[in-house]
Write a protein that binds this ligand. Sequence first.
Ligand code: SF4
Length: 197
Amino acid sequence: MNPSPLPPGYLNLMGYVDRSEVNGPGCRAVVWLQGCHRGCPGCFNPASWSFEVNQLVSVDDLAAKILSQPQNEGVTFSGGEPFWQAVALAQLARQLKAAGLNVMSFSGFTLAELQSDRAPSGSQALLAQLDILVDGPFVESLAIRDPESLVSSRNQRLHALNPVFKERLDWASDQLEVHVLKDGSRIVTGYRGTLRA
Ligand code: SF4
């Protein structure tokens, strides 16, 4: 079942941080998209499953926010399932890449599924913008309990869609970051991809 459409040019976010070093190469913004229908046992972010509107933000406003942080070399899309919002994410990625940032995404879909006719709308356009894709759902029976691992279960794969990144598939996966937001809420992210708001 496909989620209800959002207004064109808008994204429904679960969370956002300006600066992270545990969600991809170098220093980057991280955007967690709201909504995932898989219900994987052991999912680290069950609060991301609902497709109800959480934080609605326009692509243009989010691009401006990300580009206001000059320390960042890129952005990472996580979830939830980013590819259910692929049309708007592709628009965002185009703006960010034009400004020189690199773009990475996680997905519960495999690359083959995203390249097929059954992929969510806009998937090809988003794939065309990505430098790195980490694909596949979390499968608890295949879980990797190793903080050095860049993936959480053995079925997941890292794809350097831009060959420049083949030598850069490395980041501080064993670290945790705690981000305290202006409203006092926290986002904890890092080891095993944990996100708690
Ligand atoms: S695909 Fe990811 S966000 Fe969705 S239920 Fe599975 S682990 Fe959670």
